[in-house]
Design a protein around this ligand. Structure first.
Ligand code: ZN
Length: 115
């Protein structure tokens, strides 16, 4: 099984970076966790957010956030809509289900006609 964090939304923030004090490097990224196995693919409801400064290449952890960053973050988080959680079966899964169904049907047929 593989799990992947996929970027859903990126927002450039105009706030000062707490590390390098630049004003055009901060980027807020929303990611959502996707799972994939041999049988299905699913979108989970797990999301993560991260602020990174593209100027000094530093991840700005919440402990370093200024009040301004926090305010902008809260606003952006409210505006963010994650993808709906869902699960899609792959072909292999459908084949297995079909095969299983056939087995049951033939089992019933057999039981009915060859009693
Ligand atoms: Zn920076």
């Amino acid at each position: 099984m593989s799990e992947k964090l996929i970027t859903i939304k990126e927002v450039n923030l105009n706030n000062n970076c707490p590390e390098c004090y630049g004003t055009n490097g901060l980027q807020l990224t929303f990611k959502q966790k996707f799972k994939e196995t041999n049988l299905y693919k699913s979108i989970t409801n797990e999301t993560t957010q991260e602020i990174e400064c593209k100027t000094c290449n530093t991840i700005i952890y919440p402990v370093m956030w200024t009040e301004d960053i926090e305010r902008v973050f809260n606003y952006q988080q409210k505006a963010f809509t994650p993808k709906k959680p869902s699960t899609k079966l792959k072909k292999t899964a459908w084949l297995l289900i079909a095969l299983f169904g056939l087995l049951i049907i033939s089992g019933i047929t057999f039981a009915v006609f060859y009693k």
